[in-house]
Design a protein around this ligand. Structure first.
Ligand SMILES: Cc1cc2nc3c(=O)[nH]c(=O)nc-3n(C[C@H](O)[C@H](O)[C@H](O)COP(=O)(O)OP(=O)(O)OC[C@H]3O[C@@H](n4cnc5c(N)ncnc54)[C@H](O)[C@@H]3O)c2cc1C
Ligand code: SF4
Length: 454
C-alpha cells in the first residue's frame, strides 16, 4: 500500500481513494482460469447470498462480462459493494478448495472486475415485473431495503422507499470508508433499483415526515429496513465537548467531504476496537492526524475487528492501548477537548456473553493529551420508531418469524441490521442484502398463497 501523505502535504482526494487496486484484464483472465469450477462448489454455500461463483468466473474467462455481472447481481442486488466490503476470507474465499494447495481464487476482486465493467459501461441489468396492483412501502434505503425493493419490483409490486438521508444506499453510501467503498458504487446500485420504477423518497423520515398510520393505511404491506442508529453515550464527563465525535457521523463527514483540514497535525483517540473503531482511526490518519491511538478495555484477543482491518490499522501506524478505559474527557475554558483521563483494566471471569469482564485497576489513572476523541462502541437502535409501530423487540432488536420475516404485526416485515443482534445473525452488507431478498420472496409467496396476487 502506498504511504499516506501527511500534514503539510496532505492530499485528501488521494488519501481517500480506494486502496485496493482493481485487477487488470490480463490478471482477471489468468485468475478466472485458475478456478477449478468445482461441482457442488463450497464457495457458493459460503456466500450468504448464494452467488453462483463458478458460473460468474467462467463467464469472465470467456469474455462475457455482462453475463457475469448479471449472475452476480441476480443473487446479490448490492454485489458491486459486496465485492469490496465482504470479509471474503471468512466467507467465499475462506471456503475455496485451493486453500489446501495454493491460494484461494480472488473471488471478491473478480466480482469487482465484472461489476466495474457493468458500471463503466452503464448497463441496466434488470427489467420490472408485470404490475400486480399491490403496493409495498420500504422504510430505509440501505442494502436490506434496496435488496427487498429490487426483488419486489421484479415481481411486479409498486414499491416506494422512504429514506431519511439525502441519498439512498444506507451505510454503503455514508458509513463504509471511501477508501474501501466509494460512493459512486453505491449510487450505481441505487440507480439499478430506481430503473425498475421504484420510487425513492429521500429526506423523508418515517415517524416524523410521514406518519406511520398513513403507511399502514396506504400500502398492502411494509418492509422495515431502518438499520441501527447512532453510537451510544459512554456515560462519562466531557462527552459533549467540541472535538468529541460519534464514529459513524465522523466517517459520514469524510464521505460527504464535510471534514477537511480540521485534523491535520492533531492527536486523536478512538474508543473501541471493532471495525468501526478501525475506520475512525484510519480515516483520522488520512485526514492528516499526527498521532492516532485506539483505546480498548480488553485485549487484542477479545477485539472484534476483522484481522484484515487490524492489519490495515497497523500499517497506518495506529497505536493500540489494550486494557485501557476512558474515565473522563477533559476540555479547556472554550469547551474544546484537550485530554482524556484513562484507567488501566485487568480481566476477570467471563460474563454472560462468554467474554472476560474488564475491571478497573484502582489508582492507575493517567491523562493522554488529545485534540479529538472518536467514540466507536457499537450502535443504538431505532427504539422510538419500533415502539411507535408496536412491534415486539428485544432491546431494540426486532423479533421476526425466522421463515417469513414477519414481525409481531403480520403486515410489517423486517430485515437487515434492525433484526440482527441478540444471537440473530451478523451485521454485514451481504447478510442484509440476503434478508432483503428473502423478505421479498416471502411477501410474494404469501400474497400468492392467499390468492391476492398470481
Ligand atoms: C462504520 C461501519 C463500517 C462497516 N463496514 C462494513 C464492512 O466493511 N463490511 C460489511 O459487510 N459490513 C460493514 N458494516 C455493516 C453494514 O454496513 C451493515 O450491516 C449494513 O449496512 C446493514 O444494512 P441495512 O440496510 O440493514 O441498514 P443501513 O445500511 O443502516 O440502512 C438503513 C437506512 O435506513 C434509513 N432510515 C433509518 N431510520 C429511518 C426512518 N425512520 N425513515 C426512513 N429511513 C430511515 C437510514 O438513513 C439508512 O439509509 C459497517 C457498519 C459500520 C457502521
Ligand atoms: S457477495 Fe461477498 S461472500 Fe458472496 S461471493 Fe461476493 S464477495 Fe464472496
Amino acid at each position: 500500500m502506498e504511504k499516506i501523505q501527511r500534514i503539510s502535504t496532505i492530499n485528501l482526494e488521494r488519501n481517500f481513494q480506494e486502496v485496493e487496486r482493481a485487477l487488470t484484464s490480463q490478471e482477471a483472465l489468468e485468475e478466472s482460469n485458475r478456478c477449478l469450477y468445482c461441482f457442488d462448489a463450497p464457495c457458493i454455500k459460503a456466500c450468504p447470498t448464494g452467488i453462483d461463483i463458478p458460473t460468474f468466473i467462467k463467464k469472465i474467462a470467456s469474455g462475457n462480462l455482462l453475463g457475469s455481472a448479471k449472475t452476480i447481481m441476480t443473487s446479490n442486488p448490492v454485489g458491486a459493494s459486496c465485492s469490496r466490503v465482504c470479509p471474503t476470507e471468512e466467507l467465499c474465499e475462506g471456503a475455496c478448495v485451493l486453500n489446501h494447495s495454493t491460494k484461494p481464487i480472488m473471488i471478491g476482486n473478480l466480482q469487482r472486475y465484472a461489476t466495474d465493467w457493468a458500471i463503466k459501461n452503464e448497463q441496466t441489468l434488470f427489467e420490472p415485473g408485470i404490475p400486480n396492483g399491490k403496493a409495498v412501502a420500504v422504510v430505509g434505503g440501505g442494502p436490506a431495503g434496496l435488496s427487498a425493493a429490487r426483488e419486489l419490483a421484479r415481481f411486479g409490486y409498486k414499491v416506494t422507499i422512504f429514506e431519511a438521508a439525502e441519498k439512498a444506499g444506507g451505510l454503503n453510501t455514508y458509513g463504509i470508508v471511501s477508501f474501501r467503498l466509494p460512493q459512486s458504487i453505491s449510487y450505481w446500485e441505487v440507480e439499478q433499483v430506481e430503473k425498475l420504477n421504484v420510487t425513492i423518497q429521500t429526506n423523508t423520515r418515517v415517524g416524523k415526515d410521514v406518519p406511520i398510520n398513513d403507511l399502514l393505511k396506504d400500502f398492502d404491506c411494509i418492509v422495515l429496513a431502518v438499520g441501527m442508529a447512532h453510537v451510544p453515550y459512554l456515560g462519562i464527563e466531557g462527552e459533549d465537548l467540541e472535538g468529541v465525535f460519534d464514529a459513524i457521523e465522523f466517517v459520514k463527514g469524510t464521505k460527504s467531504g464535510k471534514l477537511t483540514k480540521d485534523f491535520v497535525g492533531k492527536r486523536v483517540v478512538v474508543i473501541g476496537a471493532g471495525n468501526t473503531a478501525i475506520d475512525g482511526a484510519t480515516c483520522s490518519v488520512r485526514l492528516g492526524a499526527e498521532n492516532v491511538k485506539i483505546l480498548y478495555r480488553r485485549t487484542e484477543e477479545e477485539m472484534t475487528a476483522y484481522d484484515f482491518e487490524y492489519e490495515f490499522a497497523k500499517q497506518d501506524v495506529v497505536e493500540f492501548r489494550w486494557l485501557t478505559a476512558p474515565k473522563r474527557i477533559i476540555g479547556d475554558e472554550s469547551g474544546k477537548v484537550t485530554g482524556i483521563e484513562c484507567i488501566k483494566m485487568n480481566l476477570g471471569e467471563p460474563d454472560q456473553d462468554g467474554r472476560r469482564r474488564p475491571n478497573p485497576v484502582e489508582g492507575s489513572e493517567y491523562v493522554i493529551p488529545v485534540d479529538a476523541v472518536i467514540k466507536a462502541i457499537g450502535q443504538t437502535r431505532h427504539l422510538e420508531l419500533i415502539e411507535a409501530l408496536e412491534l415486539l423487540h428485544d432491546s431494540g432488536v426486532v423479533q421476526v418469524n425466522k421463515e417469513t420475516y414477519q414481525t409481531s404485526n403480520p403486515k410489517i416485515y423486517a430485515c437487515g441490521d434492525v433484526v440482527f443482534g441478540k444471537g440473530n445473525g451478523d451485521a454485514m452488507v451481504v447478510t442484509a442484502a440476503q434478508q432483503g431478498k428473502l423478505v421479498a420472496h416471502s411477501i410474494y409467496k404469501q400474497f400468492k398463497a392467499a390468492g391476492v396476487t398470481q
